[in-house]
Write a protein that binds this ligand. Structure first.
Ligand SMILES: C[S@@+](CC[C@H](N)C(=O)[O-])C[C@H]1O[C@@H](n2cnc3c(N)ncnc32)[C@H](O)[C@@H]1O
Length: 267
């Protein structure tokens, strides 16, 4: 696998796979896609502590598990996500609960102007999935939508993520209506550790019995507190707080997660 090679599809916007991802988000017994309800609740408590309700933007909000709860706590919330299925679900739940939370379908890599927010969040290690070139676009977006004194909260995997991953190649046969496609298929997997860049690449090549083959690569960067602090300062942010105790029993990939609060430097 080439470092930062791109697959032929994006799992979060592919019309079939995004539906499977919504199901994974909503499985309260699993940490895949979204964390378990007790971890989500503890994370929200930490994100909002010491702040009076204001304006909150949730970048990569998924099905609104955080956004709708934050809205219920009196915040004016906007959730943004590339997965239309998840956004529709989040909107439906907000409407059922008569919450004011609003949602938008969009990519946080495009420059989007939604106004000025007191807190911007991006939760579940999405930041570490970005290729270095995409970090600038994302952080510019975060900065442009933050009000005076606003903060950015996000999480990244720590170095222990390596303990749960193994390099290698494998294949499996999937029955019809699996995670990847309607058709039965073969899935070829490849996992590689690029130590110099502190990133793991997981490549999936899907060969359906009927339909065209396609591929996707998921990049998982890991960081030390020092590394993320330096990276943030390179992009004009200052780390103000970290918390490594919110994910107690992560069963998906790793429970070594660093939550970070940062402010725009000099604000
Ligand atoms: C691991 S999930 C986390 C979802 C949510 N934050 C949670 O923890 O429940 C990552 C989310 O980021 C979204 N996403 C991925 N790439 C995106 C992009 N370029 N722009 C906006 N959202 C994106 C996905 O659709 C997905 O909902």
């Amino acid at each position: 696998m080439e470092l930062y090679e791109q697959g032929s599809i994006n799992i979060w916007s592919d019309p079939y796979i995004r539906k499977q991802l919504l199901l994974a988000h909503l499985n309260a017994n699993s940490d895949a896609a979204s964390r378990k309800p007790e971890t989500i609740s503890a994370t929200i408590d930490w994100m909002l502590k010491d702040s009076a309700p204001g304006a909150f933007i949730d970048w990569g909000c998924g099905p609104g598990l955080y956004s709708n709860e934050i809205s219920a706590r009196g915040w004016d919330v906007l959730g943004v996500d590339i997965n239309e299925e998840s956004v529709k679900y989040a909107e439906k739940k907000a409407s059922e609960k008569t919450l004011s939370a609003r949602y938008a379908v969009g990519s946080y890599l495009d420059q989007l102007s939604f106004g000025k927010f007191d807190i911007a969040a991006c939760i579940y290690c999405d930041f570490g999935a970005l290729k270095p070139n995409d970090r600038a676009a994302f952080l510019e977006n975060v900065k442009n939508n933050l009000g005076e004194g606003g903060t950015f909260v996000f999480d990244v995997f720590g170095e222990q993520v390596c303990a749960g991953k193994t390099e290698g190649r494998n294949w499996l046969r999937e029955e019809a209506k699996n995670f990847w496609c309607e058709s039965p298929c073969y899935v070829l997997t490849e996992c590689e550790h690029f130590k110099e860049q502190s990133v793991w690449g997981d490549k999936y090549v899907v060969i359906p019995d009927s339909g065209e083959p396609f591929s996707t690569v998921i990049w998982t960067h890991y960081f030390t507190v020092e590394a993320i602090s330096t990276l943030l300062s390179d992009f004009g942010f200052e780390m103000t707080e970290t918390n490594q105790n919110l994910v107690q029993n992560g069963e998906f990939i790793s429970s070594d997660v660093i939550f970070i609060r940062a402010a725009v430097s000099g604000s």
